[in-house]
Design a binder for this molecule. Sequence first.
Ligand code: F6R
Length: 261
Amino acid sequence: MEVVIVPDSAAGGELIAEAMADLLRRKPDALLGVATGSTPLPVYQALAAKVRAGQVDASGARVCQLDEYVGLPAGHPESYRSVVLREVVEPLGLDREAFMGPDGTAEDVPAACRTYDRALAEAGGVDLQLLGIGTDGHIGFNEPCSSLASRTRIKTLTEQTRVDNARFFDGDIEQVPHHVITQGIGTILEARHLVLLATGEAKADAVALAVEGPLSALVPASALQLHPHATVVVDEAAASRLKLGDYFRATYAAKPQWQGL
Ligand code: F6R
């Protein structure tokens, strides 16, 4: 696992957007897996700026969702479908056909989960999956004690995650759904490159446990330790509990430029 410590979230966004742009220059129809929440927004803004500046042609890109609330109407402004369309698909100028996500409104949720797992495989798999991390160590919505081999399925959010996400629902936890569909940890590990972005002091404990702690279902993000190409980008605040911070800084400073992320 590579850990890159950046000064702030804008620098993290720029670094990851450049990695996505690089991928699209090599593979114009790359499938980008996108997370929602606050953390990845600087990535999407930086990538859209590169498209507008003519630094990369994203017209062939494909985008897929990581997770979705169960029971929110698809058109609800906080459904992750709406968020990804608003924050990623539209700013990149992509058609809706370039976008795929699980159906959080399906009557048969297990069937919708299987359909989505199959659709990801049929699309050739995810080339680069961007991840955030929950304060409880979740990736996607794989809450603590999720199977490290799990596939896309329904999960119940922890109280902590519902408290954390209430800010998207007028601060009212009662409006935050209890259930979600999330790519499983096994599904996420099939992406060719995993990039986790974490910013802010509130993520420091989860980051330290994920990067330097034991591999454990209790900290789902620790599953990145199993992946042959995982990159963790953290700002100084999120890096503040890492024991190996100085080593990670020195390694990145000495990295040959041709390696990219
Ligand atoms: C949502 C997702 C979650 C978030 C995590 C952090 O699609 O994948 O794992 O990344 O809950 O959310 P923020 O970035 O809002 O702190």
